[in-house]
Unconditional design. Structure first.
Ligand code: CDP
Ligand code: CDP
Length: 220
């Protein structure tokens, strides 16, 4: 039994996926963190982000581990903790380019399928229901208006005491959605059999409960 949660940036995928996993004692797999980790490594090593085969050669030298502690999921690149670094603006603005390459995606997807093989996993991303786990028992496509998604990110950054510009965030989020939806290989798309949940007016627990109910329905 696996749960696939896809959708655009800031729809609440990772927050909800984490909560669902916690409540059902499932494993949470943040696939976006894997693409972010490669982007971080590529920027640091000055690899040409337009070149899929160079990125793939780099990826083949990297181990990316998602380690769960009681509070959060920590991300390790060849045993180095890069949990904070992968959320930087520089990584965020380049990750869609890095993840558009087929050479990168085929390897990432292989790693993701291996992680999900244990069963009882919640994966969030862009192509989980359509490509990574087309047979996932529960598929959710989580959306919200771009205004609401930018508002959430804005609040999140402000709460951390970080600089944030709402209008700029809105532009960046829309740009990333456009890149993720228009790439040729495994673009962001709702799977035909996914249930769409618009979270614009829903709280985090409301969305999580809806997914848990769906999961329980499929279990009996
Ligand atoms: O949390 P946020 O929406 O900012 O993004 P994320 O889930 O961390 O994903 C970052 C980026 O990785 C996305 O904008 C996509 O370009 C890429 N990604 C992907 O292509 N496929 C996935 N399964 C997950 C992420
Ligand atoms: O993973 P994704 O980019 O889809 O979104 P996220 O990082 O889980 O959520 C973005 C922000 O929206 C977080 O600060 C969440 O706490 C918040 N959020 C919310 O306020 N209401 C929801 N229904 C879902 C998320």
């Amino acid at each position: 039994m696996n749960i696939a949660i896809d959708g655009p940036a800031g729809a609440g995928k990772s927050t909800v996926a984490k909560l669902v996993a916690e409540k059902l004692s499932y494993l949470y797999i943040d696939t976006g963190a894997m693409y972010r980790s490669l982007t971080f490594a590529a920027l640091r090593q000055r690899v040409n982000l337009e070149n899929g085969s160079e990125l793939r050669t780099l990826l083949d030298t990297l181990t990316i581990d998602l380690k769960h502690d009681s509070e959060q999921v920590k991300v390790f690149l060849n045993n180095e903790d890069i949990t904070e670094q992968i959320r930087s603006n520089e990584v965020t603005s380049n990750v869609s380019l890095v993840s558009s390459h087929e050479e990168v995606r085929t390897e990432m997807v292989e790693r993701q399928r291996l992680l999900a093989k244990v069963g009882r996993a919640v994966l969030d991303g862009r192509d989980i229901g359509t490509y990574v786990l087309p047979k996932a028992e529960v598929k959710v496509f989580l959306t919200a208006t771009v205004e609401e998604r930018a508002r959430r990110r804005h609040e999140e950054l402000q709460a951390k005491g970080l600089q944030s510009d709402y209008e700029q965030l809105k532009i960046e989020i829309a740009r990333r959605d456009e890149l993720d939806s228009s790439r040729v290989f495994a673009p962001l798309r709702k799977a035909d059999d996914a249930i769409e949940i618009d979270s614009t007016h829903l709280t985090i627990p409301e969305v999580a409960d809806a997914i848990i109910d769906l999961t329980k329905e499929r279990t009996v």
